[in-house]
Write a protein that binds this ligand. Structure first.
Ligand code: PMP
Ligand code: GLN
Length: 382
């Protein structure tokens, strides 16, 4: 967790947002929207503060939110979860991940993730003393090879962390891949932790929660968050659903991390989860249009681009522009084009970083005119 010189390393997102601020460049680095989400959700938070929902909520979260999460799982996925025993509200998906990993692994246990991986996974596995094994997603389609999954998952595997839709590649895993992961988890008696924070942000493909597959629910912890769905990344209201014994195990860790979190924001997220289907189809369509604007702009500027089916992110290869080192490219990009992006190598283990060296991640969860301006500026690089 330390930088090469021994100092505490800032996360890549903090580093790149600071670079954007310092240079005044358009921030397509850190993934957060630049517009507020639904007015009903914002108003519900104001109302809850006025109504005095300002003290510690219960450890598992306010009943109104847990019930809303349970209804959401049923409405969208046909899953039945008991709001009293199978739901836990957390400080963002990040705390759900932290409490889950710290609760469920012993030092020396193996934890398998896809690679590139969201940076917190690597940090949290290290904090828990786990051994991190990865299965690579390779360009251009960023899908895992089934044989690599079979090779990585063994009797030593305690957790398999799935992230679907995937940050940073935008991959939506096909059902067959999810089924293989469930089969391997059963064969080797591993637990599945699935990070589905982009569950409502898929383009033309349905999101399949891994917990809906046969043989999965009893060994799966499903994690999500209000941040991406309601444009409230700063509220840090997340949750997990899992069988009662797993929720209890995670709660024993959560109680010493944050104890509880975000009382007045919880009824507001509950309100959001009850919004009509048109809201949900609307946010996906809006984001798909933004993906297309940025994708066209990057292609026109000379990058080779991925075609993400979900999430906030697109992967671009800077090699055709003469930049084989994406980290170096991201350092000079504010000067070259007034834009900030994040190198994919920041999501990779030291061992495999080189394979992804020329790739960079751009976030398109920004206003269309901002994306168009970024595209125009990027067009000047070549
Ligand atoms: N997992 C993934 C894959 C993410 O992209 C993010 C946020 N960018 C998180 C977890 C963290 O979510 P939260 O802000 O709710 O903690
Ligand atoms: N998840 C967001 C991203 O990938 C930001 C998370 C963070 O800042 N830690 O850009």
């Amino acid at each position: 967790l330390l930088a090469d010189d021994g100092s505490v390393a800032a996360s890549i997102f903090a580093e790149m947002s600071a670079l954007a601020q310092r240079t005044g460049a358009i921030n397509l680095g850190q993934g957060f929207p630049d517009e507020d989400g639904p007015a009903e959700v914002l108003e519900a938070a104001r109302q809850a503060i006025s109504d005095g929902v300002n003290q510690y909520p219960p450890g598992r979260g306010l009943p109104v939110l847990r019930e809303s999460i349970a209804r959401h799982q049923h409405r969208f996925y046909g899953l039945s979860v008991d709001p009293d025993t199978e739901v836990l509200v957390t400080a963002g998906a990040t705390e759900a991940l932290a409490a889950t990993i710290l609760a469920l692994i012993e030092p020396g246990d193996e934890v398998v993730t896809l690679e590139p991986f969201y940076d917190a996974y690597g940090g949290l596995i290290a904090l828990g003393g786990g051994i991190h094994r990865t299965v690579r997603l390779r360009a251009p389609d960023f899908l895992p090879d089934p044989d690599d999954l079979r090779a990585a998952i063994s009797d030593r595997t305690r957790l398999i962390i799935v992230n679907n839709p995937h940050n940073p590649t935008g991959t939506v895993l096909p059902r067959e891949t999810l089924e293989l992961i469930v089969a391997l988890a059963n064969r080797h008696d591993a637990l599945i932790v699935t990070d589905e924070v982009y569950e409502h942000l898929t383009f033309g493909v349905a999101h399949v929660p891994i917990a809906t597959l046969a043989g999965a629910a009893e060994r799966t912890i499903t994690i999500s968050s209000g941040g991406k769905t309601f444009n409230t990344t700063g509220w840090k209201i997340g949750w997990l659903t899992a069988p009662p014994a797993l929720v209890t195990a995670v709660l024993t860790v959560k109680q010493f991390l944050t104890y509880v979190n975000g009382a007045p924001l919880q009824p507001a997220i509950a309100r959001g989860l009850a919004l009509p289907d048109s809201f949900y189809s609307g946010i996906a369509a809006d984001l798909q249009a933004k993906r297309d604007v940025l994708s066209r702009g990057l292609s026109a500027a000379g990058f080779r681009v991925s075609r993400p089916q979900g999430s906030y992110f697109i992967v671009a290869d800077a090699a055709p522009l003469g930049y084989p080192d994406g980290a170096e490219f991201c350092r000079v990009l504010p000067d070259l084009a007034g834009v900030v992006a994040v190198p994919i190598s920041a999501f990779c283990s030291a061992q495999h970083r080189q394979e992804y060296a020329s790739l960079v991640r751009f976030a398109y969860c920004k206003k269309v005119d901002v994306l168009q301006r970024a595209a125009t500026q990027l067009a000047g690089i070549a």
